[in-house]
Design a protein around this ligand. Structure first.
Ligand SMILES: [Fe+2]
Length: 224
């Protein structure tokens, strides 16, 4: 198995996007509380997407361009299309918020349609990265080189924000991926950063979920 720099984070993004699908789908757009819940979920997820694209463009894309320019060009086009769609989704959300309550229904239906259409396109983009882009990277770079790039990417994220990423990453990952991520942090990150990550993991996974990670990864409870 080669290192997969996309799979785990894409699971978190899919979780967020499907959650937005659910919240928009059941929202009564004339109800201020429901509108707030749905649009907060949308903004939060689209914020992660924008940030994810920025990180990919800074750290991953240079390697993809070196490995396979044609694959990189298609990926870049997909990112640009996604950026346009995200702008439109945010514009639609802002328009709903500024409209009188009894005029939000049509705009709400439009937002649901556009989010669903975006989700379909974005799932294809994620799959492209997980297949063609990964294959190009694997053919050109070693796992050590890819892990080093991922380390630089993660180190560029503000520590407090990185903990927020863990809040969406860990629940979306399977047990092996949770152990790999936290095990990697234990080996490479400062002790205080690893301790903060374990507190997030324990809170977000619950006692049973965290105990499963701790046992599988072999973390010594007396040293956590
Ligand atoms: Fe991407």
């Amino acid at each position: 198995m080669r290192i997969d720099i996309f799979g785990p984070v894409h699971k978190a993004l899919r979780t967020g996007l499907f959650n937005v699908c659910v919240e928009l789908g059941r929202c009564d757009f004339e109800n201020p509380q429901e509108l707030r819940i749905a649009l907060d979920a949308q903004r939060r997820t689209l914020g992660y997407l924008r940030e994810h694209h920025g990180l990919e463009e800074s750290f991953v894309e240079p390697l993809v361009r070196a490995a396979a320019p044609d694959v990189a060009a298609l990926n870049d086009a997909q990112h640009r299309a996604a950026a346009v769609a995200i702008d439109e989704l945010e514009w639609l959300a802002a328009a709903i918020e500024s409209a009188p309550a009894d005029e939000r229904g049509d705009a709400g239906r439009r937002l649901v349609e556009r989010h669903d259409a975006f989700l379909v396109d974005y799932l294809a983009h994620l799959r492209h990265e997980e297949t063609a882009v990964n294959e190009a990277l694997w053919a050109r770079f070693s796992d050590d080189e890819l892990a080093a790039m991922r380390g630089r990417l993660q180190a560029s994220i503000d520590p407090a924000r990185f903990l927020e990423w863990l809040e969406i990453l860990l629940p979306a990952m399977n047990l092996d991926e949770r152990c790999a991520m936290l095990g990697g942090m234990k080996r490479a990150a400062p002790a205080a950063a690893f301790a903060a990550a374990t507190r997030v993991a324990a809170a977000i996974l619950g006692s049973a979920g965290w105990e499963a990670v701790r046992a599988r990864a072999g973390f010594d409870p007396s040293r956590l």
